[in-house]
Design a protein around this ligand. Structure first.
Ligand code: KG4
Ligand code: ZN
Length: 358
């Protein structure tokens, strides 16, 4: 088991990758649909599935070409099984099943969240356990303790909105476009992060869980009280908007790092993993790195191309399973609420919300 083809189509990226030996990227092709969904301010599922169908063949072809590998050379195929949008997932799964059938290669269905966790294996030394993994994206905000490889204990998760969803909603409110995370990250560099005082959400029951919907409402209230108008296309943001987004980003980052380091203090991990689209955030990256030094545990953060949705991470998560001889049957199908295996939590279902709004 050496060369694995990964396929990811759970949301709005059609992606294929070939990896070698479980931790070397030979190709990592991503066709983003952001331009299609931007006008709607979120992902439109029907459009997403159609675009996956249009692109998957080309994307897989490119992945083989870039890797310099022939179809028959691969040893196995890993595909995202869930969580995600059913129509989108089905495109990748059907494609992967056909390839596996024709090539007579083993196929494994992979959990998208596990993929995000394993996105760090390419650019870092091997993960040392116990590890802590904070997965922050548009659909999930979950903090895992991993006592050993592929075993998970959920320490905290969001009770309402995911962190990326909060970035996207605040950006929409201010007319900053979609997706909101990258633009808020960029604009925050010109704002005063202490200008607007937002409270850090805390759980009444003392749990480490996250909650971001109250913060979104606080931003809305500030916008209304200060009569801030959303930007129209081409308009430059005022200093007031720059200060507002910098203050919003600051409190999101403080909330995430505060919970992360409370968990570090309690569990003393040997490795800290930060992954998912929001892990691209420059303030989150720098603050996590800075704080990590205090705890003496290295922080593994993937480079941006491996942080947002991609297929190399799916291949990486599938690799140890294929190596053990695990394989999904030809009855593999999409599971929108797929549970992580080996997870220790009362309700293991990690709901991945999709930013769908019209
Ligand atoms: O992991 P991902 O590509 O897709 C999901 O699985 O959801 O994450 C996308 C999310 C979006 O909400 C986007 O706004 C956010 O990641 N994001 C960021 C940044 N880049 C992407 N959030 C904050 N700062 C960024 N630089
Ligand atoms: Zn994702």
């Amino acid at each position: 088991m050496n060369l694995i083809l990964g396929i990811e189509s759970s949301c709005d990226e059609t992606a294929a990758a070939v990896i070698e030996g479980g931790n070397r990227v030979l190709s990592n092709i991503i066709a983003s649909q952001v331009a299609t969904h931007r006008q709607f301010g979120g992902v439109v599922p029907e459009l997403a599935s159609r675009e996956h169908l249009d692109k998957i063949d080309t994307v897989v072809d490119q992945a083989f070409q870039k890797a310099g590998v022939d179809l028959k050379d691969i040893d196995g195929i890993a595909v995202t099984q869930g969580p995600g949008l059913v129509g989108s997932l089905l495109v990748g799964i059907s494609y992967a099943k056909s390839l596996a059938y024709v090539l007579k290669k083993p196929l494994i269905g992979v959990n998208h969240i596990e993929g995000h966790i394993y996105s760090v294996v390419f650019e870092n030394p091997p993960i040392v356990y116990p590890a802590l993994a904070l997965v922050v994206s548009g659909g999930h905000t979950t903090l895992f303790l991993m006592p050993e490889p592929e075993k998970y204990k959920v320490l905290a998760r969001t009770r309402d909105d995911a962190a990326g969803e909060a970035f996207d909603k605040v950006a929409k409110l201010l007319g900053l476009g979609y997706p909101g995370g990258p633009v808020i990250d960029r604009l925050s560099k010109s704002g005063d992060r202490d200008a607007v005082k937002f409270a850090m959400p805390r759980m009444g029951d003392g749990k480490l869980d996250f909650s971001f919907s109250g913060l979104k409402t606080a931003v809305l209230r500030y916008v209304q009280e200060n009569q801030i108008q959303p930007l129209t296309s081409g308009q430059q943001p005022s200093q007031q908007i720059l200060d507002l987004v910098a203050s919003f980003q600051n409190i999101v980052v403080k909330t995430l790092t505060h919970r992360l380091f409370e968990a570090v203090r309690q569990h003393r991990p040997k490795t800290i993993i930060l992954s998912g689209g929001v892990a691209c955030n420059s303030q989150l990256r720098s603050e996590t790195n800075r704080l990590a030094e205090d705890f003496g545990a290295p922080v593994y953060v993937p480079s941006p191309i491996l942080t947002t949705d991609n297929a190399a991470m799916i291949a990486a998560a599938g690799y140890p399973k294929l190596l053990r001889g695990e394989a999904s049957g030809m009855d593999l199908t999409a599971d929108v609420g797929l549970k992580l295996q080996n997870v220790d939590v009362e309700d293991a279902q990690l709901v991945r919300k999709v930013r769908y709004r019209l």
